[in-house]
Design a protein around this ligand. Structure first.
Ligand code: 3H9
Length: 663
């Protein structure tokens, strides 16, 4: 196996190359070898400058995220950054690819940076519930100021190194990849005469102290009430960079980072990171190099079809849009044109890109559009199977009975990330693989589901609503339930959601086991939801402000026997319990492959907060044993809710986490 860090000397420059695919993450083995290589280079009298580079597709994209679940192992990255910064010989970073997190911090600790124009930089730690922990909160604002540093740290975005204000991070840029090494070596020779330039001694970013303090005060106020701890800590750490000596600022950063790594929020977000990547993989690939989908046929003239067309055009595909009704064909074209124009106005697309996208769109009759397509999505009711050409892989979107592949797009399809890829009983493995590849190509998150039409999201949301209704059966008020779930992080809690949908519709489809259909009860009493300004809530003004309503509470009391009520602190564990029970059933029935797939569905398509990690991880972080104990205290005729499923009971008995819930 190749060394993870290779070192060679070229005319007085030690080239230290990190070779740890796929993204050169700074795992312990890399750090250990990197430190040794740096010490050797510093001691070697032949070496006058040091160049740190990444082999393969990128300079390091950060610390190794998997290591955060393990005990910390020296040398730690901040130690290496200090070693580089204090080196008596100039150290230059050669940047290409995605220079992120700890990789960017490593680059900032170097005295100089030369990079490819296409390089993207960023500090995405906040997406993992962390702050930069290897000096990033201290060195970045020293170079570029508190405002830009906080924009980077709080957005976590990947940013173009060749554009202002990020251009400041590079001392020189090169256009062609094949020219980079020669230019970097030449730059190292120039750096020998300039000598080392430690970032810790720079303060040009703080040149205007009054503006800096104002910015920090504003950011602290912006983040004061948000749920995510890392964001508040990030502002505090940048303030420390401004107010404290460098070493004291680093000590603040290190302590905050250590607390955050151990926090449930970061554990949940790290779970989300790996769960999404796992969900996007095909378990047993039949074709390691599946043919690329270039042309997509979309059949149907409805809203979903039009959102799909926009998503596909944005992803660079050619779209052949089959619509039976010729009038609708003209309107559909205009819908897409309007969507692209909106994206141009919002600054998401350039006019040129939008025009090019429209050139890739053809509308016509259904049979005509299927011809020459690599993949067909049916987004309409009533299409006959005979319309499908033999030689195209076919997916059927939003069909109720799926026997091939169904793609269930969370709505609106052009904005939501989730697509549940439903493998029907007669689906072929190559069809499944093509469908997953297409979903990825559309920039969306695929999750593989095995069923005849039902989805993970549908089953889990039904469990949530059944549990919420059952809590009302047991004496809880819908307001307390919504309130507890909102505080927990759900954007649209169940009773507000139903009011928005309309209680006549919800009451008709709701299935209850041994409890009241509360939506139907309210609808029968004329409280049909937000549109009528009365449902579970009453609505003031333009029906935008929900308020508690004693008349609704009286209705509940009339329809239920005396109960012991539900402790407010039990509401969230009982909702999670019902959901984790349903999750266990989904895995047991082989509908979902594993618990983390269920979390991905709920986080990417059903507004579950990422920093909770989805209902399965959230239940684990709350404590599965604790959740199971609370479930045992809830006595309801709907046994599917709170009698622990055997798979859940086994996890609790064996003291296992939800990663053991797989099939
Ligand atoms: C940090 O740096 C903390 C420091 O401030 C302080 C330390 C003291 N670690 O996304 P992909 C794996 S926190 C471990 O599909 P792409 C990933 O799981 C870190 N593994 O590729 C996958 O594995 P598999 C801050 C990682 O081309 C494979 O690489 N940095 C890491 O679409 C390919 O990943 C970040 O948060 C990692 N850091 O996108 C950057 N990164 O094949 C996180 C990737 O087994 N990474 N893997 O499923 C990314 O954003 C994207 O991976 C990247 C490439 C844009 C780099």
């Amino acid at each position: 196996m190749a060394e993870v860090v290779q070192c060679s000397v070229h005319e007085g420059v030690a080239v230290v190359s990190i070779n740890h695919p796929p993204v050169n993450a700074l795992a312990w083995q890399v750090r250990d070898s990197l430190l040794t290589a740096l010490e050797c280079a510093e001691m070697d009298s032949e070496v006058r400058a040091i160049l740190i580079a990444g082999a393969g597709k990128t300079f390091p994209a950060g610390a190794d995220i998997a290591e955060f679940d393990m005990p910390r192992k020296e040398p730690w990255l901040p130690q290496i950054c200090t070693q580089i910064e204090m080196c008596r010989k100039p150290v230059v970073a050669e940047l290409h690819g995605t220079v992120l997190g700890g990789g960017f911090e490593l680059a900032l600790a170097c005295h100089y940076r030369i990079g490819l124009r296409s390089t993207r930089v960023g500090l995405p730690e906040v997406k993992l519930g962390l702050i930069p922990g290897a000096g990033g909160t201290q060195r970045t604002p020293r170079l570029v100021g508190a405002k830009v540093a906080l924009d980077m740290i709080l957005s976590g975005r990947m940013l173009p190194l060749d554009q202002a204000p990020y251009r400041i991070f590079a001392d020189r840029l090169v256009v062609e990849p094949e020219d980079l090494r020669a230019a970097a070596l030449e730059f190292c020779h120039e750096a020998v005469s300039k000598g080392p330039r430690p970032s810790c001694e720079r303060r040009e970013g703080f040149a205007d102290p009054v503006a800096t303090q104002l910015e920090l005060t504003k950011r602290a106020a912006d983040e004061a009430d948000g749920p995510e701890n890392a964001r508040r800590e990030a502002v505090a750490a940048v303030e420390a960079a401004f107010l404290l000596p460098f070493d004291a600022g680093c000590a603040f950063e290190e302590a905050a980072f250590a607390d955050l790594v151990a926090s449930d929020q970061s554990k949940a977000l790290r779970h989300a990171f790996f769960a999404e990547r796992r969900a996007a993989k095909v378990a047993q690939s039949v074709d390691p190099h599946p043919s690329q989908i270039k042309t997509l046929a979309i059949l149907g003239g409805g809203m979903l079809a039009s959102q799909l067309a926009v998503a596909a055009l944005n992803a660079g595909l050619a779209v052949r849009w089959g619509i039976a009704d010729s009038d609708r064909r003209i309107a559909a074209w205009t819908d897409v044109e309007d969507s692209l124009e909106d994206a141009v106005s919002a600054g998401d697309l350039t006019k040129q890109v939008a025009n090019d996208a429209l050139k890739r769109l053809i509308c016509g009759t259904m049979p005509d559009m299927i011809k020459n397509a690599d993949f067909v999505i049916r987004a309409a009711e009533g299409l006959q199977r005979s319309d499908m050409a033999e030689d195209v892989v076919c997916a059927i979107a939003v069909a109720e009975n799926v026997d091939q592949i169904g793609l269930r797009f969370a709505r609106p399809a052009h904005l939501s990330r989730l697509v549940e890829v439903i493998e029907g009983p007669r689906a072929r493995p190559d069809q499944l693989e093509s469908a997953i590849a297409l979903v990825k190509r559309l920039g969306k998150q695929p999750v593989h589901v095995r069923s005849s039409g039902e989805t993970i999201g549908g089953r889990m949301m039904a469990a949530l609503h059944r549990a919420a209704d059952a809590l009302v059966d047991l004496g809880a008020s819908p307001y307390d339930i919504d309130d507890a779930l909102t505080k927990w992080g759900l954007e649209l809690p169940p009773f507000l959601q139903r009011d928005a949908t309309g209680l006549r519709i919800v009451g008709r489809v709701e299935r209850r086991e041994g409890g009241m259909n509360w939506s139907a009860v309210l609808a029968q009493a004329g409280r049909t939801g937000r549109a009528s300004r009365q449902g579970f809530y009453s609505y003031l003004g333009d029906a935008a402000t929900p308020v508690h309503d004693d008349k609704a509470l009286t209705l509940f009391d009339k329809h239920r026997a005396d109960t012991n009520g539900v402790k407010k602190t039990d509401i969230v564990p009982l909702i999670l319990g019902a959901m984790v029970n349903e999750g266990a059933r989904l895995v047991d029935e082989h509908v979902a492959a594993c618990a983390s797939d269920i979390d991905v569905v709920m986080m990417t398509g059903h507004q579950f907060p990422r920093w909770r990690g989805g209902p399965m991880k959230a239940a684990e972080l709350h404590g599965l044993f604790r959740v199971a104990r609370t479930m045992q205290g809830a006595n309801h005729p709907d046994k599917a809710l709170w009698v622990p499923h055997p798979r859940l009971a086994a996890l609790v008995r064996n003291g296992e986490g939800i990663e053991a819930l797989t099939n």
